[in-house]
Design a protein around this ligand. Structure first.
Ligand code: BGC
Length: 248
């Protein structure tokens, strides 16, 4: 079965039909740049452009980089325009897509759902925490394979800062940090999350997971196993489509 997945990110809106049996994109994905300001209206236009590119007319799963309750309502918007807060994103996006059925969920939760089925978390039953490092830090917490939605561990306080301001890849780029320096910050962050949750496994996702050989070997003193995500940049799209399929 194929369902359409869209990943709304701080820099791009990307999507593709997803083959749910393989947990992979059925066609090469299409991307448009996230508009600035990233208002609900302008982002909805971007989503429409991505879906229209494929002439898709079925259900669509869509990720959002903030807290999403009930598959619909946006509650936080740390890295996108604040006008998203309290918007009924399902209604807005479905309307913009000509009435197609839409499901919305947090971007890291979507990536986690995909990794737990098709990637690095396959068959892992203990406590698993996926962390995505990008513009912000996203988190998805699983125990016995079940997701605890909207965990928002990127906003824990670290050294008196919002953790994502200190340890995201945006922080690495903005402050021109070396891999060593940044890995040290990520290590401190992981130690903090480990103190709170004692997970069995950390899965490191986001675009930077492609370069995990540059920083994972530098991280020491964490008891949990740490592995890179396997679906890399497509995890959000795949997870969004999986969720849309579950919602029927
Ligand atoms: C948001 C999360 C999101 C993460 C990654 C954070 O700033 O609060 O909801 O998952 O960024 O996009």
């Amino acid at each position: 079965m194929h369902i359409f997945g869209v990943d709304i990110g701080g820099s791009g809106i990307k999507g593709a039909p997803v083959d749910l049996d393989r947990g992979d994109l059925a066609e090469e994905r299409f991307k448009v740049l996230t508009p600035h300001p990233s208002t609900p209206d302008s982002v909805a236009d971007g989503v429409r452009e991505v879906v229209a590119h494929f002439g898709w007319t079925g259900p669509v799963g869509i990720t959002f980089p903030g807290v999403v309750t009930g598959g619909s309502t946006i509650r936080t918007a740390a890295n996108v325009d604040k006008r998203w807060i309290d918007v009924d994103a399902r209604a807005l996006l479905s309307d913009r897509l000509g009435g197609l059925p839409v499901t919305v969920l947090n971007d890291a939760d979507a990536a986690g759902v995909a990794e737990m089925t098709f990637g690095a978390g396959r068959d892992r039953r203990g406590t698993v925490i996926l962390l995505t490092f990008g513009t912000g830090i996203g988190s998805a917490v699983f125990t016995a394979g079940e997701l605890v939605p909207n965990s928002e561990l990127g906003h824990l306080e670290l050294n008196g800062h919002d953790a994502e301001k200190h340890a995201s890849t945006k922080a690495k780029d903005d402050h021109d940090l070396s891999w060593e320096h940044w890995a040290h910050r990520v290590q401190k962050y992981l130690a903090h999350v480990e103190m709170l949750f004692s997970p069995d496994l950390f899965i490191i996702g986001g675009g930077v997971s492609r370069k995990s050989h540059k920083f994972l070997p530098l991280i020491e003193g964490i008891k949990a196993e740490i592995v890179p995500a396997e679906l890399q940049n497509n995890a959000g799209i795949v997870g969004a489509a999986m969720r849309a399929a579950q919602q029927g």
